[in-house]
Design a protein. Structure first.
Length: 147
């Protein structure tokens, strides 16, 4: 769930990690690319007679599209989760921590506790709201686990 939450921070423009000089350059490049992507989405959703979205995102362009980025993450976080946990290439990869409340990884339908697609169980796809916990609090938890 940590990797998932970190991706959410990056997409929403809330990542606090600065890294070293080389990594900083890469992060700047990524952030610039994300701004371009969300600028295109912004232009698409606010053109024409879509008054509600024009009103909602009024001024967002000057603010790095933070509202739009947050809304995009809310709508698409389940797809990002599936891309991470259901990928044949990433299945069982040691990079990812256990995601199912403890030491268990997702299995079968990429869900926890044997949940099936369209099972309408609450908070199973993704099975966490960890992506909404502020990053610095997640860091505290990670540091405590390393002790």
């Amino acid at each position: 769930a940590r990797s998932f939450a970190d991706i959410g921070d990056i997409v929403r423009g809330k990542d606090l990690y600065l890294g070293n000089k080389q990594e900083k350059k890469q992060r700047k490049k990524l952030e610039d690319k994300l701004k371009d992507i969300f600028k295109n989405i912004y232009k698409d959703v606010t053109r024409g007679k879509n008054v509600a979205l024009q009103k909602r995102y009024n001024g967002d362009e000057a603010n790095n599209f933070f509202k739009l980025r947050e809304d995009w993450w809310t709508v698409n976080r389940d797809q990002v989760w599936k891309a991470i946990t259901c990928s044949e290439e990433l299945r069982g990869d040691a990079y990812f921590h256990a995601t199912c409340n403890g030491k268990e990884r997702t299995e079968g339908y990429c869900r926890c506790n044997g949940d099936k697609p369209d099972g309408d169980n609450p908070n199973t796809d993704p099975p966490t709201y960890f992506d909404y916990v502020p990053q610095f609090l997640r860091w505290f938890e990670e540091w405590a686990e390393d002790l």
